[in-house]
Design a protein around this ligand. Structure first.
Ligand code: AMP
Length: 287
């Protein structure tokens, strides 16, 4: 049995532990999460270990990144189960702040990056990325890690975080981690548990259709035709499609015509009330 991982519930406790490590010359990597941990989160911890001697995982279900009609209240929470998984993964410290610790009375600062967040997931979820950017900025300032690891599963979020770190001169390396999937291709997500048995059977088609879209693009099909075909296939399977898009992987700028270099195929679609997102890279085949 791995021994229990120390927990910091306040910023002051977090900083005391980090300061001790710094004093002895150790480096620190942070893995921010909202809990309900799965193998995707645990892969981030493995990657974090490759970047620093000490790994801090945070668990905070951030109310400000949920819309009024979204699932904040029913978002899965399992503190005991998460702590067990983090101990097994060999995390050195878990940061578990309360909402009051993160947002004390009178809190009024917001970090927003409209140029990166006005469309894709930002269009369907107004204020979501402002909530994410604000809480991640706080976590990076609170912990002051050398590196922080984020999944490519949330590709728009990863670019938002890279940009805010650059814009605000936060001295941390942001590391992107590959998407961990179920055997049938479905990207692991804490929200997959919302799917009914029938929806769960349909869900892997999101990845399959995005992979087919990526292959058509690689073979020279134009972005418009490839994404329209992807949308049509998903609708045929019973998804309510939010978007299927092809974007520049560095700036998220829309791409047109046949792709000329690396691109990211991104999709978001609902099955019932559950919103699924996924993405994958593509590039023109050498022909
Ligand atoms: P969340 O708890 O959903 O906020 O996710 C915390 C971190 O885990 C984020 O950086 C996510 O991008 C990442 N993550 C979530 N699902 C996966 C996955 N299937 N593969 C890799 N990383 C993931």
């Amino acid at each position: 049995m791995p021994s229990a991982t120390p927990i910091a519930r306040t910023v002051s406790e977090l900083r005391q532990q980090v300061a001790k490590w710094r004093k002895s010359g150790e480096s620190i990597a942070l893995v921010p999460t909202m809990g309900a941990l799965h193998a995707g989160h645990l892969s981030l911890i493995g990657i974090a270990k490759g970047h620093a001697g000490r790994v801090v995982a945070s668990i905070f279900v951030n109310p400000s990144q949920f819309g009024p009609k979204e699932d904040f209240k029913r978002y899965p929470r399992d503190e005991a189960g998460d702590l067990k998984k983090l101990a097994e993964a060999g995390v050195d410290l878990v940061f578990l702040p309360s909402t009051d610790e993160m947002y004390p009375a009178g809190f009024s600062t917001k970090v927003s990056l409209p140029s990166l967040t006005d469309d894709l997931c930002g269009a369907a979820r107004p204020n979501h990325f402002e909530g994410v950017a604000t809480v991640v900025t706080k976590l990076l300032v609170q912990c002051a890690p050398d590196a922080a690891v984020f999944g490519e599963k949330d590709f728009q979020q990863l670019l938002v975080i890279k940009r805010l770190v650059r814009d605000l001169n936060i001295p941390v390396e942001i590391v992107g981690a590959p998407i961990v999937r179920e055997e049938d291709g479905l990207a692991l997500s804490s929200r997959n548990g919302y799917l009914s048995a029938a929806e769960r059977k349909t869900a892997p088609f999101l990845h399959q259709v995005l992979a087919e879209t990526a292959a058509s693009l690689a073979n020279g099909e134009g972005c418009d035709a490839a994404t329209s075909a992807g949308r049509f296939k998903l609708e045929g399977k019973g998804f309510r499609v939010d978007y299927v898009a092809v974007r520049d992987p560095e700036t998220l700028a829309p791409l047109f015509g046949p792709i000329k270099g690396p691109a990211r195929v991104m999709g978001a679609a609902y099955l019932g009330t559950t919103r699924l997102i996924d993405n994958l890279p593509t590039a023109p085949k050498n022909r």
